[in-house]
Design a binder for this molecule. Structure first.
Ligand code: NDP
Ligand code: MG
Length: 390
C-alpha cells in the first residue's frame, strides 16, 4: 500500500472535479493527484496542474493541446490530448482510484477502461450506469472493482448499508429536492427559460445536471443508477420529494427498519466518503442545525407534469438499450434547451419520441450501445431542428 492514495480525476475542471480537488487540498496527507483531465477549460486545467503537480494531464479538446503543453513546459508533467488518451492514461500503474466526473455518455469509454485496468472507481458520472449498467457492473464484478458512489443519494444508501451488506434490502427511497419548479404546472413550465432552470435551490452543479434536476430527469437517471449499483428491481425503488435536501436517501430493510443518511447539502461529503472509504475523514464542512430546519417535509413526485421521471421508469422496466436511448435523447434535448432551441416541456417530447422510434435491442453489446447512442443523437437532433411541438 502506498502512503497516499493516488487519484485520477476525469473531469477535474467541472463542479465535481473542482470540489474533489478541494477535498484533496484539505487532506494532502491522505491523497495525491496522479492524473487530471479536462475538456475545454484549458486555463483552469493548467492552474490545477501547477497547484497539484500530477504525473499526467489530458486535455480532451485536441485544439488546446499546444496551449496547455506550452504553459506547462517548465513543469515535469506529461501532457496528452484527445478522448482516446483519457481512456489510455487511466490504466497507469501508479493510479489507485479513478474519480469519474466527466458529464454524460462521454464518460463511458474511460470508465470502462479504468475498470478493465482493475482501478477502484469513485463514480460521479451516473450516465455510464444509465447507458450500460449491465456491462459496467458485470465488468466491475469480474475485475473485483468497487464502484463507490459519489452521487449524494447513492452515497447515502451506501453509507446506510455499511455493516449491513449481508442483509437484504426491501426497498430504497431516493430523495429529490423537486428542483426550482416544484409545484408548478405545465402552463408555467411551457414558458420557462434556461436562466430560471439553472437556478437550483439547494445545489450548485454543472449546467447539464442542473437542467436534469429541474426536469426530474436527474432523479430518473438516479433510479436507474441505483438499480445497477445496489442490484435492485424497479419495484424496490421509490422517489420521494424532500425540498430541504437534508435527508439524502433512505434504505428500508426486510424487518421494516429504515435507515437514512442526513446532512447539509454539500457534494464534498460524498466525494470525500467515496475517496476515503472505508474511513470517515475529519472535515470542517458546516454542521447541520435542527433549529435552522424546524420542518423536514416529504411529498409525492408529480410525474404527470414532470414526465421525464415516468419515462425513465419506463425505460428501466423495458431494459436492453432503452435507458441508453433515454440518456442520448436527453443529452441532445438538454443541449437544445440550453441554446433556447426548444422549450422546457419539449425536452420530454424528444425523449419520448426517441424511445418509441429507436429499434429495441434486448441484450446489447458495447458496440450496440455505441450504435444506439449515435442513432438516437441523430434522430433527436432532427427532431430539435424540425421544431418539436408538444
Ligand atoms: P460539469 O459540467 O461541471 O463538468 C464536467 C466535466 O467533464 C468538466 O471537467 C468538463 O471539461 C468535462 N467534459 C465535458 N465534456 C467532455 C468530453 N466530451 N470529454 C471529456 N471531458 C468532458 O459537470 P458536473 O461536475 O456537474 O457533473 C459531472 C458528473 O457528475 C455528471 O455525470 C453528473 O451527473 C454527476 N454528478 C454531479 C453532481 C454535482 O453536484 N455537480 C452531483 C451528482 C452527480 P471542461 O469543463 O474543461 O470543458
Ligand atoms: Mg444526486
Amino acid at each position: 500500500m502506498r502512503e497516499k492514495k493516488n487519484i485520477a480525476i476525469l473531469g477535474s475542471t467541472g463542479s465535481i472535479g473542482t470540489q474533489a480537488l478541494d477535498v484533496i487540498r484539505a487532506n494532502a496527507d491522505s491523497f495525491a493527484v496522479e492524473v487530471l483531465t479536462g475538456h475545454s477549460n484549458a486555463d483552469l486545467l493548467i492552474q490545477q496542474a501547477i497547484e497539484f503537480n500530477p504525473n499526467t494531464l489530458v486535455i480532451a479538446d485536441e485544439e488546446k493541446y499546444k496551449y496547455v503543453k506550452e504553459a506547462l513546459l517548465p513543469h515535469d508533467i506529461k501532457v496528452f490530448a484527445g478522448k482516446k488518451a483519457i481512456a489510455e492514461v487511466v490504466s497507469m500503474d501508479s493510479i489507485d482510484l479513478v474519480l469519474t466526473a466527466i458529464v454524460g455518455y462521454a464518460g463511458l469509454e474511460s470508465t470502462l477502461a479504468a475498470i478493465k485496468a482493475g482501478k477502484q472507481i469513485a463514480l460521479a458520472n451516473k450516465e455510464t450506469l444509465v447507458v450500460a449498467g449491465e456491462l459496467v457492473t458485470a465488468l466491475a464484478k469480474e475485475k473485483a472493482v468497487n464502484l463507490y458512489p459519489v452521487d449524494s443519494e447513492h452515497s447515502a444508501i451506501f453509507q446506510c448499508l455499511a455493516g449491513e451488506f449481508h442483509n437484504p434490502i426491501e426497498k430504497i427511497y431516493l430523495t429529490a429536492s423537486g428542483g426550482p419548479f416544484r409545484g408548478k404546472d405545465k402552463t408555467f413550465l411551457a414558458t420557462v427559460k434556461k436562466e430560471q432552470a439553472l437556478k437550483h435551490p439547494n445545489w450548485d452543479m454543472g449546467a447539464k445536471i442542473t437542467i436534469d434536476s429541474a426536469s426530474l430527469m436527474n432523479k430518473g437517471l438516479e433510479v436507474i443508477e441505483a438499480k445497477w449499483l445496489f442490484g435492485l428491481k424497479a419495484e424496490q425503488i421509490d422517489v420521494i420529494v424532500h425540498p430541504q435536501s437534508i435527508v439524502h436517501s433512505i434504505v428500508q430493510f426486510t424487518d421494516g427498519s429504515m435507515k437514512a443518511q442526513m446532512g447539509l447539502p454539500d457534494m464534498k461529503l460524498p466525494i470525500q466518503y467515496a475517496m476515503g472509504y472505508p474511513n470517515r475523514m475529519k472535515s470542517d464542512f458546516p454542521r447541520f442545525s435542527f433549529f435552522n430546519y424546524p420542518q423536514l417535509t416529504f411529498e409525492q413526485a408529480d410525474t404527470k407534469t414532470f414526465r421525464n421521471l415516468a419515462l425513465a421508469f419506463e425505460a428501466m422496466n423495458k431494459g436492453g438499450n432503452s435507458p441508453c436511448v433515454l440518456n442520448a435523447a436527453n443529452e441532445i434535448a438538454v443541449a437544445a434547451f440550453l441554446k433556447d432551441k426548444i422549450g422546457f416541456l419539449e425536452m420530454s417530447d424528444v425523449v419520448e419520441n426517441c424511445l418509441q422510434t429507436i429499434a429495441f435491442i434486448a441484450k446489447p453489446s458495447y458496440d450496440d450501445y455505441v450504435a444506439t447512442d449515435n442513432e438516437t443523437r441523430r434522430i433527436a437532433t432532427t427532431l430539435v431542428a424540425n421544431g418539436m411541438k408538444h
